[in-house]
Design a protein around this ligand. Structure first.
Ligand code: CO
Length: 217
């Protein structure tokens, strides 16, 4: 069997097993998706949103890109956030980085990787903004610290998007979280900067940045 044929075989087995164990699973999902969660994560194949969180099809709306970046002019990311908030009415959006992120490490060290250099420039902006903090950290700790700082800054970008400003202005209850996933133990760490308003963001941001330094030194 070819590699690709194997995928189809797995798919048929999975669909049959789901239908056997949970009759009507797919027909129920077909009617509507009602996820409570949106996940903004890295494209890295080792960080699959559903498996890590034990969520099933229909339970998490996902946007992934290299190094989990949210840029104010990225219509792709912003459109998914808008759809998630305004149409699906998600209650939580988590920005999830991961330790050992090669995109973040490339940005940290200024390694040229190709077209992605332009994308990773946004992570270099994070690095440069926190140069004073990173200078206090040992070389070996810097990649992990920048992974955390990048999550904190991308949470900030989500909170400051027009989508979230409008949602909170309407009184919609949505909380933005910053998490980091460990490739080596499979565990998610909460950076404890959950924000359900711009003022909560301000407080959470300062604490979260201070905690990055505490963890690293
Ligand atoms: Co990554």
């Amino acid at each position: 069997m070819t590699d690709i044929a194997e995928l189809f075989a797995h798919n048929r087995e999975w669909a049959a097993l789901m239908e056997k164990e949970r009759p009507g699973f797919f027909t129920n999902l077909k009617a509507q998706q009602k996820p409570k969660y949106m996940w903004i994560g890295c494209s890295d194949s080792r960080v699959p949103a559903n498996q890590i969180t034990g969520l099933e099809p229909g339970e998490v709306f996902v946007h992934r890109n290299v190094a989990n970046v949210v840029v104010h002019s990225d219509l792709n990311a912003l459109s998914t956030v808008q759809f998630a908030v305004e149409m699906l009415k998600v209650e939580h959006i988590m920005v999830v980085g991961h330790y050992g992120c090669s995109g973040v490490t490339a940005a940290l060290n200024g390694v040229r990787v190709g077209l992605a250099d332009n994308w990773l420039r946004h992570v270099q902006d994070v690095r440069d903004r926190h140069k004073g903090l990173l200078d206090q950290i040992a070389e070996s700790q810097k990649p992990d610290a920048l992974v955390e700082l990048n999550v904190i800054e991308q949470v900030t970008n989500v909170c400051q998007s027009t989508v979230m400003i409008d949602a909170w202005h309407r009184g919609q209850k949505v909380t933005i979280h910053g998490w980091v996933y460990g490739l080596d133990d499979g565990l998610i760490k909460d950076l404890n900067m959950s924000a359900n308003s711009l003022s909560a963001l301000e407080k959470g941001y300062k604490n979260a940045i201070a905690n990055v330094l505490k963890r690293a030194v």
